[in-house]
Design a protein around this ligand. Structure first.
Ligand code: BJ8
Length: 422
């Protein structure tokens, strides 16, 4: 850590508070991750990335900046990473999953704002996040009301740009989205002084698709019985996918998948064959939000899928790679991103179909709807999703929580009661 102190000082972090945060994180990670039995050797890469998440990766970002590359921060899977890569920028996810800086955040957004929003604002105001501080541009989006309004307040503290994400999938909404993608592309070109060419965009589309394919492969393999990898580990992999270099990350996940294949062939699992198979559905779980997965898996179940943006919603759809011209590639991008079934859309019937299909494909014993407290879109859809699943014979329960540890016993009681019924 000493080696990084100067870098953190240059980023104007609150060093004492940041030391405290890393201490808590390290302990939390040890309890939740390192205590697991029978972990795959390939997870060492993830352990290393996480142990260096505020160190080596930030150093890499600083080195990229020194070479004239720009750093783009995002909060939503709607922001097309392909465009950032096509202008040689580095894109990182800034969603945060810890309670830090909550009081400061509540001076900027109302108390009844979801924990994810309060967390990214808290991290900024408390000067705790070296990613936020490294960004040349932070890209928000008009998804839920909470985020939309929070970006207005956040823009007083950070270099913000907001993409207008439509709320429906009509023809006019698609035209708006294309115009927004082009407007964002122009902003990136202006920021970096580089042009998005057909050649660069084709390469970027391939890079991001390759990462999605590796994660799809991981999701197929983890579905084996007995489950060869814990849900906690797969969540961590999905979380790291938002920070790490995409090419290095893809290679590491494919290596891990090779090990998974060996484990499946040997019939080995991380949980007994008859452990209840649970799927999570709903809000994204940003680093280090591992509370609910830990509660579920320490209750004897194994998580076999995450229907969320830090999960399959971000990896399910690929961008068509057959486009030859820049225009064709941009159309392919627009189309791919409009397949995202975020609860902010109305209507959003395809999400019900997707959740049901996923639950059946994974042969789950039950689905846990996860909503962050004060998240209107996912709380509303939780009701519909639950109805659809129970009608199809899949048990489902809904949980609302935040980032505090106060409700952990209560969650455990509810999860255990649910598991007894599945
Ligand atoms: S595409 S899910 S990443 S918006 S939890 S902030 S919805 S009040 S995160 Fe999301 Fe994009 Fe949609 Fe995905 Fe609002 Fe709810 Fe908070 Fe949320």
């Amino acid at each position: 850590q000493e080696a990084y102190r100067e870098m953190w000082e240059n980023l104007n972090l609150d060093i004492a508070a940041h030391d405290g945060l890393l201490g808590v994180l390290g302990k939390f990670y040890g309890d939740i991750y390192m205590s697991q039995k029978g972990r795959l050797q390939g997870m060492e890469y993830l352990d290393f990335v996480l142990s260096e998440v505020h160190g080596l990766r930030i150093k890499e970002l600083q080195d990229a900046k020194a070479q004239g590359r720009k750093i783009i921060g995002t909060f939503c899977v709607f922001v097309p990473e392909e465009l950032a890569l096509a202008v040689d920028a580095v894109q990182v996810g800034l969603c945060a999953g810890a309670d830090a800086g909550k009081e400061a955040a509540e001076t900027l957004v109302p108390r009844n704002t979801c924990a994810l929003i309060k967390s990214f604002i808290g991290f900024k105001l408390a000067r705790l996040c070296p990613y936020t501080e490294s960004c040349d541009l932070i890209v928000g989006e008009t998804t839920c009301d909470g985020k939309k309004k929070a970006y207005e307040a956040f823009s007083e503290h950070a270099p913000m740009y907001v993409m207008e994400v439509p709320q429906t999938k009509t023809e006019s909404a698609r035209a708006l989205w294309k115009a927004e993608v082009l407007r964002y592309m122009a902003r990136l070109e202006e920021l970096t002084g580089r042009k998005v060419t057909a050649e660069k965009l084709a390469e970027a589309i391939k890079t991001v698709n390759a990462r999605r394919r590796a994660l799809q492969r991981l999701n197929r393999l983890r579905a084996a019985v007995p489950a060869p990898i814990s849900g906690r580990d797969v969540l961590l992999i999905n979380q790291v996918s938002f920070y790490d270099d995409p090419i290095r990350f893809t290679a590491s996940i494919n290596t891990l998948c090779d090990q998974l294949e060996e484990r499946i062939t040997a019939g080995e699992g991380v949980a007994p064959k008859d452990a209840p198979r649970v799927m999570l559905s709903g809000c994204p779980m940003a680093v280090p939000n591992w509370k609910l997965p830990y509660v579920i898996e320490s209750s004897g179940a194994v998580i076999v899928g995450e229907e969320s943006c830090i999960g399959t919603r971000n990896t399910r759809d690929l961008t068509d790679e057959s486009g030859q011209t820049l225009e064709e590639m941009i159309d392919a991008l627009c189309e791919r991103y409009m397949k995202i079934d975020c609860a902010c859309f109305t209507p959003n019937a395809e999400r019900l179909d997707n959740v049901e299909t996923m639950a059946k494909d994974l042969k789950v014993d039950g689905v846990i709807q996860y909503a962050l407290m004060f998240c209107q879109p996912y709380a509303h859809e939780g009701i519909k999703v639950e109805k659809r699943l129970t009608a199809g014979g899949v048990p489902s329960m809904s949980l609302e929580t935040d980032y505090s540890m106060e409700d952990i016993e209560q969650l455990k009681t509810r999860v255990e009661a649910f598991l007894e019924t599945v």
